[in-house]
Design a protein around this ligand. Structure first.
Ligand SMILES: NC(=O)c1ccc[n+]([C@@H]2O[C@H](COP(=O)([O-])OP(=O)(O)OC[C@H]3O[C@@H](n4cnc5c(N)ncnc54)[C@H](OP(=O)(O)O)[C@@H]3O)[C@@H](O)[C@H]2O)c1
Length: 311
């Protein structure tokens, strides 16, 4: 497959939109489809075609998928109205980027293999702002030839793509990654509330943490939300709960105790139980504060997130 392959893209939610936009801006031959068409329409301004029907993408060489759960992945690819439902033309390769289970990914690989379609499992690390900053990373598994075919396009989206081997290995890496995302966020919430209750403003506390050896790209880009309580969603509690559940399922399957994951999963469940469905999961901070008898207010201090947009 050449670097001028015809590309299809299914799913332009928070992540998919920003990823597809980068492909289009790099001049890729790209056709996008989204269940809610209106969300995809602005991509025509950067050179992508917007398809009316998902089956319009069946003639593409490579189709990328970025939806929510495995059920959704199955529906958009193999469902009664899915990509492969019309018969006839079909892609050579599907690059599946959603965060899904090992089992779901294996089932998908088997059903695509029956149709002689290769699958590259390619979940990602980073949110939409990370994508815009040109810092998204992929972890990939499947046939090495599929990775090589997809690599020029992965590189248009983000600088880092690690190939970790055959089959569904990328899924376990991504699950581990998101377990850390949840656990670190809960830890950051606990220590920020502890410091505040002891008298340290959140911006001052996080300024120190971010510059310390414990600071990271992640602690820096969550700092504006923690300081000024802007919970516009980058990643929602239901999606994080899905990933913590995937981590706990994998722990059961491989007989690995995951005590921190269990506790964090219940904190995220509590947040969801309080009705936080469409705000950012950083709202774990507010839950932790409430449990400590503290009502938080925005500090209204300008703080950077360490992410500058890049071409
Ligand atoms: N947000 C993050 O920071 C982040 C980071 C890394 C990985 N991820 C993973 O990336 C995936 C997408 O996350 P997101 O934050 O972009 O989610 P999102 O904003 O909720 O977008 C989900 C997308 O999937 C589509 N979709 C869902 N179910 C569908 C179905 N049954 N049929 C057709 N389309 C369907 C939605 O279409 P509509 O527009 O019609 O609803 C939308 O385009 C998830 O697996 C998530 O765990 C997210």
């Amino acid at each position: 497959m050449s670097a001028n392959a015809k590309l299809g893209w299914i799913g332009v939610g928070r992540m998919g939109y920003a990823m597809a936009e980068r492909l289009a801006r790099h001049g890729a031959d790209l056709t996008v489809w989204n269940r809610t068409r209106a969300k995809a329409e602005p991509l025509s301004e950067v050179g992508a075609r917007v398809a009316d029907r998902i089956t319009d993408l069946a003639g593409c060489d490579i189709v990328f998928v970025m939806v929510s759960t495995y059920e959704d992945v199955h529906e958009v690819i193999a469902g009664p109205q899915g990509l492969l439902s019309a018969g006839g033309a079909q892609p050579k390769l599907i690059v599946e980027c959603s965060s899904i289970s090992l089992e779901g990914s294996g089932e998908l690989r088997a059903l695509l293999a029956e149709r002689h379609i290769e699958l590259l499992a390619a979940p990602v690390s980073g949110n939409a702002k990370v994508i815009k900053a040109g810092r998204l990373s992929f972890v990939c598994s499947g046939p090495k030839s599929a990775f090589d075919a997809a690599l020029p396009y992965l590189r248009m989206i983000g600088p880092a793509a690690s190939y970790v081997g055959e089959g569904e290995l990328a899924r376990i890496v991504k699950i581990c990654h998101n377990v850390m995302l949840g656990v670190v966020t809960q830890c950051l919430a606990e220590i920020t509330v502890l410091a505040q209750k002891a008298g340290v403003p959140r911006h001052a506390f996080l300024d120190f943490m971010n510059q310390s050896v414990m600071g990271s790209t992640f602690t820096r880009y969550k700092t504006p939300a923690f300081v000024n309580l802007d919970f516009k969603p980058t990643f929602t509690p239901p999606l994080l709960r899905k990933d913590l559940d995937l981590g706990l399922d994998a722990g059961r399957r491989f007989d690995v105790p995951m005590p921190l994951t269990s506790i964090t999963r219940d904190q995220v469940q509590t947040l969801i139980g309080h009705g936080t469905l469409d705000e950012d999961f950083a709202k774990l901070l507010v839950l932790e504060a409430a449990n400590a008898g503290l009502t938080l207010s925005p500090e209204n201090v300008p703080v950077g997130d360490g992410l500058a947009p890049s071409a």
